[in-house]
Every structure is written in structure tokens, then in C-alpha cells.
Design a protein around this ligand. Structure first.
Ligand code: PHB
Length: 357
């Protein structure tokens, strides 16, 4: 039996985990009517409860935060109730679970928005490419730049959503500041051309993240809050002239709060390239560091042993291996994920991957 440090307990903020292996947040587009978690979603997460920490798929903080069909929310009573069934099932199996707080910003479409409104962003800059809607793919539209006066309301929605998550039984939340969604749109100089105190200088670009983090901490306590960043991901047509500088500063700003962890998507999952020095970001942050993207067991073990990471999150491996921790421990072979069933559908490619006998 494998006895490496990655299988040891760890306390992240207020929460004790049985190991350092996390299930990464994974959009699966299988929420029910009203973007409410269903019994199928309960079964899927329950199957993965031996992860040290499950981070839910990205979950809308508000009706405006939605960007895709059948992604769950945490803003209606029915959604909170649906998630309560998920957390109950995971807790019964001894698992721990954070909900990922999501606002997609410009990565949406009027057909998904309340009253067919334009999606919002830091600035009115259209992403290249197409978005997914209930009627199939459609070209992105030019979003509406948020008015300065509207921003505190969105900050508050993050805090309310965090409270809702605790009400739904989650052990904490992860603020989704990665992958080209709303917070990332504020962080990057390619998508943030604002002239108020949310744009221009690096300090100003970081302000929205900082205000969201402070509001969420005030709502539920720093020990139950993680933040996810993706410094060099170009996904969703994000551009930044100096990502190392942006994210070294983000790490530094987040240092003072005593967060549960910082979760970092390392590299660019569009090009597969990586050139940044993540050690600088980790050192600036100073707290627990969760590494993600492209890890296999060997590198994950090594990096936890030598202190390059405190936890490692696995995405595609968790899609295909509900018992990933047991497979890692025993050296059992891994099931391969089927990309055809990643987004949307039923139990096929969702809850039917085999467990070890
Ligand atoms: C996706 O739907 O493809 C997606 C959602 C959230 C992410 C990344 C990708 O953070």
C-alpha cells in the first residue's frame, strides 16, 4: 500500500481532509429544471466522496451569472435544497465538499440571460468564438461594461451565494477567479479597459477579486474560503500582457486573509504550454497551495513530498475514476474518460464508470 504524503490528512482553514487529493471543479451540464441539482448529481458526487476534498462544478451565484445550459446555481431555494441532498450524501460517506462560486461575465449569451439581456463584463469587449446555448452554438456578443455603481451588488451576490452554500451544508466555497470568467475578465489587461478604480493599474484590476474575497470571508469566515486562479490560461479568449506580474500580485494580495487554500490551474489548457514560475505565486501567497492541470500520480506525489504543492486537484481522472484515491493507493489501473460524454447527457459517462471490484 502506497504511504506517500499525498495520502496524509491535512487541515485546510477550518476543515480537516482525509487526504491531499481533490476532485477539481468540472462542468458537466446535467443540472435539472431551474438549474437545480438532481438525484443523478447526488449519486455522481457521492461516488467520489473518498476524495480529500470535492470542489463542485462551477455554480452560478445569480441568474445573470449563467453561461451554459444545465449548469447548477446556488441562488434559488430549490437549488439550495438540491445541493443539500448532495452534501448530505457526501458527508455520510465521510467526504468534504466546497462549492465553486461562478459568474461567467461575458462568456454567456442573451438567450441564457434574464430578459434576454446582454451579458456583462469589465469592459465591452467581445470574446472571439462561439458560445453554447440551448439552441446550439452561437457567436459571442459584445457584453455590456458594468457601471461602477453596479459592482457592489455583484460583490454582495457572491457573499449571499457563499451563505447559501453554507446553508446547503457545504464545508466551504471556492471563488472561481479563473478560466476567463467574470473575475478573470477584471484581472487581465486584455479584457479590462476600465477607467474607474476597477481598471487601469494592476492594483485596480485586482480590486474586484479583493472585494469579492473580503465579502465572502465576511459572510462565512476565511477558513472556509479558497480561491482559484489560472495565470496563463488563454481559454475564453483571455489576454494579459504580463501574467506573471498580475498573478504574483494576486498571490500577495490574497496572503493577508488566511484563506483555506489557493488553487492554481498551471499552464494553458488551450495550448498545453507553460512558461510561468508558479513558485513565485505560491511563495507570495504563503498559505496552502493546491496545484491542478495535467497531474498524474507520480508528479503529484513528488510535488507534495517536496513541498511544491500542499494538495493536488485532478479533473479528467476524477471523471472516469470515482474511486481515484483507492486506485492511487493500490496502484490499480485507471479508467479512461470519454470526452463525448463530458458535457450534458445522462448517466452514461457520468455515474457508470466502474469502481474497483
Ligand atoms: C466549461 O464549461 O468548459 C468550463 C467551465 C468552467 C471552467 C472551465 C471550463 O472553469
Amino acid at each position: 500500500m502506497n504511504k506517500k504524503a499525498i495520502f496524509n490528512e491535512i487541515k485546510i482553514g477550518s476543515v480537516r481532509l482525509s487526504n491531499r487529493i481533490a476532485m477539481a471543479p468540472l462542468t458537466r451540464n446535467r443540472a435539472g429544471e431551474g438549474n437545480v441539482p438532481t438525484s443523478l448529481n447526488v449519486e455522481y458526487y457521492e461516488q467520489r466522496a473518498t476524495a480529500g476534498l470535492i470542489i463542485t462544478e462551477a455554480t452560478q451565484i445569480s441568474p445573470q451569472g449563467v453561461g451554459y445550459p444545465a449548469t447548477p446555481g446556488i441562488h434559488s431555494p430549490e437549488q439550495i435544497e438540491g445541493w443539500r441532498r448532495v452534501t448530505d450524501a457526501v458527508h455520510k460517506k465521510g467526504g468534504r465538499m466546497f462549492l465553486q462560486l461562478w459568474h461567467v461575465g461575458r462568456i454567456s449569451h442573451p438567450s441564457l440571460q434574464p430578459d434576454g439581456a446582454l451579458p456583462v463584463s469589465a469592459s465591452a469587449i467581445k470574446p472571439d468564438g462561439e458560445t453554447v446555448t440551448y439552441e446550439g452554438p452561437k457567436p459571442f456578443v459584445t457584453p455590456r461594461a458594468l457601471e461602477t455603481e453596479e459592482i457592489p451588488l455583484i460583490v454582495k451576490q457572491y457573499a449571499v451565494a457563499a451563505k447559501n452554500a453554507i446553508g446547503a451544508g457545504f464545508d466551504g466555497v471556492e471563488i472561481h477567479a479563473a478560466n476567463g470568467y467574470l473575475i478573470d475578465q477584471f484581472l487581465r489587461d486584455g479584457t479590462n479597459k476600465r477607467t474607474d478604480h476597477y481598471g487601469g493599474s494592476l492594483v485596480n484590476r485586482l480590486r474586484f477579486l479583493q472585494e469579492v474575497t473580503e465579502a465572502v470571508i465576511e459572510a462565512i469566515g476565511a477558513g472556509r474560503v479558497g480561491v482559484r486562479l489560472s495565470p496563463e490560461n488563454t481559454f475564453n479568449d483571455i489576454k494579459d500582457r504580463a501574467p506573471q506580474e498580475t498573478f504574483n500580485a494576486a498571490g500577495k494580495i490574497l496572503e493577508e486573509y488566511g484563506l483555506a487554500y489557493l488553487h492554481v490551474v498551471e499552464g494553458d489548457f488551450v495550448t498545453g504550454k507553460t512558461t510561468l514560475d508558479y513558485k513565485q505565486i505560491k511563495e507570495n501567497f504563503g498559505g496552502l497551495y493546491m496545484a491542478n492541470a495535467g497531474y498524474m500520480l507520480e508528479r503529484a506525489e513528488k510535488n507534495v513530498e517536496n513541498g511544491t504543492a500542499d494538495l493536488v486537484a485532478f479533473g479528467s481522472l476524477y471523471i472516469a475514476n470515482p474511486d481515484l484515491v483507492e486506485r492511487f493507493k493500490t496502484g490499480a489501473p485507471l479508467n479512461s474518460p470519454d470526452q463525448e460524454t463530458y458535457y450534458g447527457g445522462d448517466k452514461k459517462g457520468y455515474t457508470d464508470y466502474p469502481f474497483l471490484p
